[in-house]
Every structure is written in C-alpha cells, then in structure tokens.
Write a protein that binds this ligand. Structure first.
Ligand code: SF4
Ligand code: SF4
Length: 410
C-alpha cells in the first residue's frame, strides 16, 4: 500500500463522515461550481459517494477536477460530512499515479518562487517585468494559466523586510503574526496595517521566520505530502508559541482556516487540533478584545462607503462577520454586505485556463452587485478574492484591517 493510501486509511475522522451522508442534496444546491458548470457531477457524488469506493479502487471520477475547495458544501451539509476534504484527499490519491502539470507545479509552489525572487537584487522588479512580458507573449497561456489574468505583482519589499523597519512600543501583550505568502510577497501593506492596529490596542506584534506557507495551494493541487510537511512545521511553531501563552493571528482567511481547522481535518493528528486552538483570524481576535471591553474604540473620522464581500473561508470558520460590526463603529463608515455568494476565485482555481470561465461565471452575481452599488471601496479578508473583484469590476479593494488602521489615524 502506498504512503498516501496508508495516510488516507488512517484518516478515520474525515473518511468516516462519508457514511453520515443522507443524500439530501443540500451540498449540491449550494455548490457554486455545479451551478456554473453543468458537467460537474457535484459534491454528493464526488465527495461522500466516491470516497467509499475510490480509496479502495483504482478508478477516478473525472469531475473531481472541478471542485474548487470553496467549502460551501461543508457548510450546507446537515450531517457533518467533510465533503471538500474528501475531495482533496481523493485528488491527492489521483496524483499518486498521475503526473502534475507544469502549471499546477507553479501554482502550488508560490512560496518557492517568491524565495528565489527575494534572493536576487531587484528580484521583484525583474520578476514583475518577466511576468508582464511572459503574459504578452502568451507564455502563461501556453502553460495552461488563464491568459485573461495578470499574475499578482511582487511588492518591492516583502512584509518580513518591512517589518524589520517598524518601530513598535514594547508590551507584555503580544501576538505572533502569520502573514502567509500573499500578504508577505504581494500585499505587505495589509500586514503593516495589522501591526498598526495591534499597536493601537496595546499589543506588540512578533513574527516567526520559521513559518512556511500554510499549504493551502499545495492541498488544492494534490501535493498532500508536501502540505503535510508544511503542517508539521507550522504546527510545531504554533505549539511553541502556545507554550509561551502567545496567540498566532492571520489576516488571510484561507491561511487561518488551514491552520485552525483544515490541518486537523486532512491529517487527523491531535497536535493539529491543539495548535488550531492557538490560532485566530485578525477580526476574530479583535472581536474577543471588544467583548472584553478591551478594544480601542477611539476612532477618527473615515468617510468611506464600503461594500463587504465575506470570503467563503471566513464563513467556514463560524465566528460571524466581526469586521462588519467593528468597522460600523467608525465615524463616517458605512458597511454593506454584498451577500452575493462565492467570488469564484478560490485561491489558485481561477488562475487555471480551463477554469477561468467557470470562475468568472460564479463571480458574476458579486460583480453586478458591486458595479450597481455606489460604494467607494470593496473590503474583503481574502487576497485572491480581492484579485477577482478587481479583475471582474475594476473596483478599489482592501483588507478591512486597512480601514481600521486608518480609523486609528495610522
Ligand atoms: S468545495 Fe465548493 S466546489 Fe467543491 S464540491 Fe464543495 S461546494 Fe462544490
Ligand atoms: S449535504 Fe451532506 S448529507 Fe446531504 S447529500 Fe451532501 S454530503 Fe450528503
């Protein structure tokens, strides 16, 4: 028996949920891919039904490739079936006997590429130029990447580089920031805003250079063994911080979901559950402060009409939408929730050439909602959702923590 098959057999918790399926089809009516792409056979069949057979047989359900891991099906299931995780486990099994494409290798290993870029003088400038020339010459399209999109540009300095220059007041109250690849390399201003917000609340922010990418891009492209290595490393770091009584906080909802919940669902190890208890999403943490009466509400006037797209991976964490509640207290800010479903991007899914049309079709309702609104800016806690919103609407976007930093006058 191969390593992945053994691993999957040991994962009783996710696998056994397949037997709880009642065939109610709630997952099917909530699956955005199924609605956009009629040839997708949907979560009920691909997840629970085929899980029972595919982990013991060698054939595969072709339409498994359509699943974007948005997790809408998991939220809809009244029976607690880990549908999306079953899909990702089956995808990993598929790649045990099938080659990954060069495109999937590239989309899964953004952290590896960013390290190469950061190691070179003016690496970000040259990489951005190379990506722009590559796009105009059709190199990315030839690899299977959606030619309609631009790859996200590297920021001239990473968050970790910028962090070294931030002067913070010392404090006994500390959090460790988990930036994740997208904030570290593409949108470091989100991480800088987070530091300012925590400082305004009397916290000192630490970073841990030993963290890896959370592994989400690896899981969705079927590199389960590598994702497990990332999980082992990150979990051991989180547990070290837990021993010191210092929580780990992330601003990207796909990273926080992975650290808090998906490691445990995918790999079924007690240490992952234990580590997950020491991880918070940024606004989840801020709401805890608010509930204790410890949130600094000395907000300055910020005149902004905001449309809020709540990411699927935030909804899956089940703590509501604290950013909407907190930002609504800022003078001059109005927050309206888009409530228009999935944006269609789902991490690297919308970058795939063969998934581009599906991705845009899923996002259509959200795009129309944003275009018809008179909002100044769209806020969203997920970096790749923000890319999709910019691409589909040309709207200005930011992370809600950037608005809060403004409210503190930072
Ligand atoms: S994770 Fe999303 S795309 Fe995949 S089956 Fe579930 S609802 Fe559909
Ligand atoms: S929602 Fe849950 S119980 Fe209903 S069909 Fe889907 S997996 Fe089965």
């Amino acid at each position: 028996m191969s390593d992945i098959s053994k691993k999957i057999e040991e994962m009783e918790s996710a696998l056994s949920t397949a037997d709880h399926c009642l065939s109610c089809t709630s997952c099917m009516s909530s699956c955005p891919v199924m609605e956009a792409e009629k040839s997708y056979r949907g979560p009920k069949l691909v997840g629970p039904a085929h899980s029972r057979m595919h982990f013991s047989q060698d054939d595969f359900e072709d339409s498994l490739d359509f699943c974007s891991n948005c997790k809408s099906c998991d939220r809809a299931c009244p029976s607690g079936v880990a549908v999306s995780t079953l899909n990702m486990l089956q995808r990993a099994k598929y790649y045990e006997t099938h080659e990954h494409s060069q495109r999937d290798d590239m989309l899964a290993h953004g952290e590896r590429m960013a390290k190469l870029v950061r190691a070179l003088p003016f690496g970000a400038t040259f990489a951005n130029l190379g990506m722009s020339i590559g796009k105009s010459l059709g190199v990315f399209s030839a690899m299977g990447i959606a030619g309609e999109r631009s790859m996200p540009a590297y920021a001239s300095a990473s968050f970790m580089q910028l962090f070294k220059g931030i002067k913070q007041p010392k404090s006994d109250k500390k959090v460790v920031f988990f930036p994740g690849c997208f904030i570290n390399d593409n949108e470091p201003q989100v991480g800088v805003a987070f530091v300012k917000v925590m400082n305004a609340n009397g916290y000192e922010v630490l970073v841990d250079e030993k963290f890896n990418c959370c592994g989400s891009p690896l899981v969705v492209t079927g590199y389960l063994d590598e994702a497990h290595e990332h999980a082992d490393n990150n979990v051991s770091r989180i547990l070290e911080w837990k021993k010191k009584g210092i929580p780990v906080v992330a601003c990207c909802t796909s990273c926080s979901l992975m650290l808090k919940q998906e490691y445990h669902e995918l790999f079924n190890e007690e240490k992952m559950h234990e580590a997950g208890e020491n991880v918070y999403d940024a606004f989840e943490f801020l709401e805890i402060l608010a509930d204790k009466g410890q949130l600094n509400t000395n907000f300055k006037q910020v005149g902004e009409k905001l449309m809020y797209h709540v990411p699927c991976h935030l909804k899956s964490q089940g703590f509501g939408v604290p950013a909407a509640k907190i930002l609504a207290q800022v003078p001059g800010v109005t927050v309206e929730q888009a409530d228009a479903g999935c944006c269609g991007m789902s991490g690297n899914y919308g970058f795939k050439g063969d998934k581009y049309e599906i991705s845009m079709k899923i996002g259509e309702k959200l795009f129309n909602r944003i275009k018809e609104s008179a909002s100044d800016e769209v806020i969203c806690d997920c970096g790749t959702c923000r890319l999709q919103i910019q691409h589909g609407t040309q709207a200005k976007t930011c992370h809600p923590v950037e608005i809060l930093a403004k409210a503190y006058g930072k």
